[in-house]
Design a protein around this ligand. Structure first.
Ligand code: FAD
Length: 499
């Protein structure tokens, strides 16, 4: 630990953000890169807590106190070496991770936690600026070939690791661009797509082959891959949206959030809107919020991304409705430290303007004579105790104007498409939620097929996808070679320091 009194002297300070009045006019990233001096000061707040819970809070097992110390000591190259041992893509997590590590930071027991995510982003951006992030081309190649289906963070992390182990890796992606939800889904104002492209270019130079517009299961059959490759990793995500079954749900003007968000990603990149993020035709190629009364159904992160995008479209009004009650402003007592806290989360998109309603029941989509959506009938959910049981009642039913409804009510499972059918036919199982099943080694009931990311665990987080991709890669290497030198999640501070 560098500065024993850092946490007593320095307050938590996050990176500056562009003013709302400026940023709603474009899709550029909201957060400005911190100054080197400010980040070093923030790193000095990491105290010598003895048992750092942040390691466990982070699904990647990032060795956080050590890189904080290196930053405080101005040894940024060493900080980058430590960080890149456990995380292939700190530039993604440093921008968009909800930072479970910070929720479990020991300092967070009675003071604001160390700004770990900010430090992570500063390290990787400095590493790029200094030219430390260079392609890792293995000196020795094995004769093993691995196919990865899906180029989201899980597939990309696995590709990077397996290539590092010397295997020949080909990534198949049904969309026209690489990146999964990093590319099509997450708005550019949270994660600029040049950040994704910058990493993919390095991976290409490392020898990884990327095949886009390749929907495995249709044109390229799974059987071709299982015959031609020594192992196949399925990292296809979980993007089948939940459908709202309320009356009138066939009205014109109701769209899944992903159709709305991916269209804006494509517009920003000047890519034509012929096909959506799944490589299928869009229902409507002009889902645009300008002048519309927008209601976003679902109070989570995807809904928040729709708020930010609707504000940039100049919507007439934006309302976000959520079926669950409003969470407490501070950490709820049933999720004490070091757990991930149940509490109200206000995103940068919320700061830009939205009306948020909780405990809302959506009763009907109201349409006009032409079948177009013009309002929603909603009511407040109240909970009453009756005969010792909690009963739900809907009161105060009312109409709210709405001519664009964006459904952000979660994703139910991985796509049940022709690839899914082919996987089942070769012995891969699905669970009760409809996702694909693998054992603790990420191996399915077909020994050649491994599963990682949202396709296995359901819609989750980028940091979990990277973690699953890395762990799956380690197990594939072990399966093919009988041993592996790829780092696992259990990497300790001593392993890192010994490198
Ligand atoms: P995905 O990223 O979904 O990638 C799967 C890829 O597989 C896709 O590119 C898909 O086209 C491809 N594919 C599927 N089937 C086939 C096939 N048959 N052939 C070829 N390719 C195929 N997490 C965060 O941590 N922070 C955030 O801020 C955040 N924001 C989000 C915003 C939105 C709108 C959404 C929807 C999710 C967000 N998430 C966020 C969650 C996060 O993006 C996912 O958990 C993560 O991307 C999952 O990674 P993955 O690699 O498993 O799957």
């Amino acid at each position: 630990m560098g500065k024993p009194t850092g946490f007593l002297e320095i307050d938590r300070k996050l990176a500056p953000k562009r003013a709302v009045s400026e940023r709603v006019n474009d899709y550029k990233e909201i957060e400005i890169l911190n100054s080197t001096a400010d980040t070093e000061a923030q790193a000095s707040r990491c105290m010598d807590c003895g048992t750092p819970f942040c390691h466990n809070g982070c699904p990647l097992g990032n060795v956080i106190p050590e890189f904080n110390d290196a930053v405080y000591e101005q040894n940024w190259k060493y900080a980058y070496d430590i960080l890149s041992t456990t995380n292939n893509f700190p530039e993604f997590t440093g921008r968009i991770c909800p930072a479970p590590c910070e929720s479990s930071c020991v300092l967070g027991i009675n003071k604001p936690a160390v700004a770990i995510e900010l430090i992570e982003k500063s390290i990787i951006e400095k590493a790029y600026a200094e030219g430390w992030v260079i392609p890792f081309v293995p000196k020795v190649r094995t004769d093993k070939k691995i196919a990865i289906i899906g180029s989201g963070p899980a597939g990309l992390a696995a590709a990077a690791q397996l290539n590092k182990a010397g295997h020949f890796v080909t990534v198949y992606e049904r969309a026209d661009q690489i990146g999964g939800l990093l590319r099509y889904g997450i708005p550019d104002f949270k994660l600029d797509k040049s950040v994704v492209t910058r990493r993919v270019e390095i991976m290409k130079q490392e020898g990884i082959i990327f095949v886009t517009n390749s929907n495995v299961g249709t044109a390229d059959k799974l059987a071709n891959l299982t015959n031609d490759f020594d192992a196949v990793l399925v990292a296809t995500g979980s993007t089948t949206p939940r459908v709202i079954l309320a009356k009138g749900n066939d009205a014109l003007g109701i769209y899944p959030a992903m159709e709305f968000l991916s269209q804006q990603n494509k517009r920003n990149a000047s890519i034509n809107l012929e096909v959506n993020h799944k490589g299928e035709k869009y229902h409507n190629t002009n889902i645009y919020a300008e002048g519309k009364h927008v209601v976003i159904i679902g109070g989570g992160d995807t809904g928040s991304d729709c708020v930010g995008t609707s504000n940039r479209h100049r919507a007439a009004s934006i309302t976000q409705i959520e079926v669950m009650p409003k969470p407490p402003v501070d950490r709820a007592s049933n999720t004490p430290w070091p757990n991930w806290p149940n509490m109200l989360r206000t995103s940068t998109s919320h700061d830009e303007g939205v009306e948020r309603l909780w405990s809302i029941s959506l009763q009907e989509f109201i349409k006009n004579d032409r079948g177009e959506l013009e309002a929603l009938l909603i009511g407040d959910i109240v909970y009453n105790m009756k005969d010792g049981k909690i009963e739900q009642e809907v009161i105060n039913s009312r109409k709210i104007p709405c001519d664009l409804a964006l459904v952000a009510a979660g994703f139910i499972h991985t796509d049940h498409d022709s690839l899914f059918d082919q996987l089942i036919s070769v012995g891969v199982k699905s669970d009760e939620r409809g996702n694909l099943v693998a054992n603790s080694s990420y191996q399915s009931d077909n020994e050649k097929v491994f599963i990682a990311g949202d396709a296995r665990r359901g819609q989750s987080l980028v940091v979990w996808a990277i973690s699953e991709g890395r762990e799956a890669a380690r197990n594939i290497d072990l399966y093919l070679m009988g041993k592996t030198s790829l780092e696992g999640k259990s990497v300790s501070s001593f392993d890192v320091l010994a490198k």
